[in-house]
Ligand binder design. Structure first.
Ligand SMILES: C[S@@+](CC[C@H](N)C(=O)[O-])C[C@H]1O[C@@H](n2cnc3c(N)ncnc32)[C@H](O)[C@@H]1O
Length: 201
């Protein structure tokens, strides 16, 4: 299986410990260093690759039965390219489990409000953190040295997977409950998890 955009020492070691044969790809050396640390500590064997979700050309087509992609697509501008690449490297019958963010999160900035929970609509969708990304910025982003955030439309998140040749077999929503979560989470779930299957098994 492929843990995609999943560095940080969480998903890949846990799934390796559960018995999966895991390849991990993430853009950030710092995140991958955490996986190396956890895997060394627990004697887990994970193939670790540094790279971007939008270019999986190092992997053959149909080479994974399962892809787990925690929320990493807000950090790429072209989510549809990531879906196409994921669909290509999935074997027929394989599954892509992907976390995304509901674009409504990006509409608001927080304000004081009467109860300290106020939200003001500030941004239009799709949201781009910086309108003025030049090629140098994008190169740094690709190398994982700068982080920019893009919202993606529900159409790009969901129909984008369908257009990549996958069948959406499940969709789940959840709230962020940690204390750092933006207060919109008090009113609506902002995470989406999709499970998609590649037909043809
Ligand atoms: C929110 S973390 C998700 C994974 C983390 N294990 C977790 O559970 O929070 C987002 C991850 O996406 C990675 N990432 C950002 N842009 C990426 C890209 N273009 N290609 C691959 N990984 C990327 C980051 O380095 C980070 O490890």
């Amino acid at each position: 299986m492929l843990c995609l955009g999943a560095g940080g020492g969480q998903q890949a070691p846990v799934l390796a410990a559960a018995g999966y044969c895991v390849t991990l790809l993430d853009i950030s050396d710092a995140q991958l260093a955490l996986d190396r640390e956890v895997c060394t500590r627990h004697a887990l064997d994970v193939r670790i690759e540094q790279g971007t979700t939008t270019d999986l050309s190092r992997f053959d087509s149909s080479s994974f039965d399962l892809i787990v992609n925690p929320v990493s697509n807000p950090y790429i501008s072209d989510v549809r390219q990531a879906w196409r690449e994921a669909a290509r490297v999935l074997a027929p019958g394989g599954r892509l489990i992907a976390g995304s963010i509901n674009p409504l999160l990006y509409l608001f900035e927080e304000n004081e409000g009467e109860d300290g929970k106020g939200l003001t609509v500030v941004h239009r969708l799709p949201y781009v953190e910086s309108e003025s990304l030049d090629e140098h910025d994008l190169a740094l982003a690709v190398q994982g040295e700068m982080v920019f955030t893009w919202s993606h439309s529900l159409e790009d998140i969901i129909q984008g997977q369908i257009d990549a040749g996958l069948i959406i077999a499940g969709l789940y929503e959840s709230k962020r409950t940690d204390t750092r979560a933006p207060s919109i989470n008090r009113y609506a779930p902002t995470y989406i998890v999709t499970m998609a299957e590649k037909p043809g098994a």
